[in-house]
Design a protein around this ligand. Structure first.
Ligand code: ADP
Length: 404
């Protein structure tokens, strides 16, 4: 065993349909030992970016499937002098997107848990099958390391019925488990807890609106540490405008596209999930590029930005009312952490609600949690970087410690 890897470390795995993101980190010290991303798995142009203790390597070639990707990652660790299989990792933490009604806490994966994740996969056909492939591939190579599933839906498991229920025929909804589950829960929980820690407040005492604005985007209303509403629904398609997803859309558009445009359900799925949102409106899903084009006076980018902001503000208004008293509004993820115009514009003109962004504080770039409201703002406005890998690693190690 190499002395550079020890039993304090957790391997975190986030397997997508054609990608695999990983990190090896120490949840106690927050030190990241290695991280990497395998992309375009299953295609001839696959590649892996692998960073071990600051030394980055790029590998290009063909990875036929996730098993091949993980085997290659193990080889890269070996080349670093690390035998991951024999190194005594404390745990593997797997991000699993959908926990359905079955899972509401991080769970040690055994055969029963694995088959339950598989059973609920039809709820998240784009995500859970890929997560399972990741679980199987890693456990084949690291059979002795306990594996823990951390669910994106868990934080929203106890949404009030009024927020979680669609106004559908109740029997149909029950039969097909159709309800609002919410996603990005690991991030919403991590960030809202970090807010309390940063402000030195009791998590149970504060009400927060959390805006997770990345390529995927969602907002939540968190009252005293409990999520009472969130913008994503049965799938991650609902709610905010995203990089490539529509967010909220009139379901009648599905009927129209099927009947009039002759599109298949799969065509519409791809249209709504992959070719809509900012990309559909202006051809660009990278928010930096959208902002550059807005600054350059581009009309379609301007409209995309305005639609994005309109949706954000609509939900901010809704959550102000749902929470009644809001102590903190917090921005996170790629756009939330970096795009100061989005933060300023989404909260502009809300002084009557006690919401005042400080222009100078908002413009400052930083890596850590920070306050961007004025000293007179009744609501504290913050930027808090999310760290889903750290949150998954911590939860994985807690589960393993509890079962020992
Ligand atoms: P995900 O994890 O959902 O893929 P991220 O949280 O990494 O997404 O966020 C990606 C988004 O953040 C992209 O749209 C990217 O353009 C945007 N982003 C990153 N840096 C900046 C920046 N400096 N200004 C504006 N947007 C940014």
């Amino acid at each position: 065993m190499s002395d550079s890897v020890s039993d304090d470390l957790v391997l975190v795995v986030n397997a997508g349909s054609s990608s695999l993101k990983y990190q090896v980190l120490n949840p106690a010290t927050e030190a990241v030992i290695a991280d990497g991303l395998a992309e375009q798995i299953g295609e001839s142009s696959s590649r892996i970016r692998h960073d071990y203790r600051g030394n980055e390597v790029l590998v290009e070639g063909t990875l036929v499937d996730h098993n091949a990707a993980i085997a290659k990652v193990m080889e890269l660790f070996e080349a670093d002098g690390v035998d991951l299989a024999g190194s005594g990792l404390a745990a593997v933490g797997h991000r699993v997107v959908h926990g359905g009604r079955s899972f509401f806490a991080p769970t040690l994966i055994d055969a029963t848990v694995r088959s339950e994740i598989e059973r609920i996969s039809p709820l998240a056909p784009l995500h859970n099958p890929a997560n399972l492939v990741g679980i199987d591939a890693v456990s084949a190579l690291l059979p002795d390391v306990p594996a823990v599933a951390v669910f994106d839906t868990a934080f929203f498991h106890d949404l009030p019925d009024a927020a979680a229920t669609y106004a559908l025929d109740a029997e149909v909804a029950k039969q097909y488990a159709i309800r609002r589950y919410g996603f990005h829960g690991t991030s919403h929980e991590y960030v809202s807890r970090k807010v309390a820690e940063t402000l030195g407040r009791d998590y149970g005492d504060i009400n927060q609106i959390v805006l997770h604005l990345g390529n995927g985007a969602s907002m939540s209303a968190v009252a005293g540490g409990k999520a009472i509403d969130t913008t994503m629904g049965m799938t991650p398609l609902e709610g905010l405008v995203m990089g490539t997803r529509t967010g909220d859309i009139d379901a009648g558009i599905v009927f129209q596209l099927a009947r009039v445009a002759g599109m298949s359900i799969d065509d519409i799925d791809v249209l709504f999930n992959k070719n809509s949102g900012l990309k559909g409106l202006c051809g660009e899903n990278d928010f930096r590029a959208v902002l550059e084009r807005v600054d350059a006076g581009d009309d379609s980018a301007r409209l995309a930005y305005d639609v994005y902001l309109h949706r954000l503000r609509r939900y901010i208004g809704a959550y102000l009312i749902e929470l009644g008293r809001v102590d903190v509004i917090v921005f996170t993820a790629g756009v939330g952490e970096n795009a100061s115009p989005v933060r300023a514009d989404s909260l502009a003109g809300l002084e009557n609600f006690g919401i005042e962004v400080d222009a100078e504080r908002n413009a400052v770039r930083g890596k850590g949690p920070r306050v961007i409201s004025t000293d007179t703002s009744a609501v504290t406005i913050m930027v808090v970087p999310t760290n889903e890998e750290l949150a998954i690693a911590r939860q994985a190690i807690e589960v393993v410690a509890a079962t020992e």
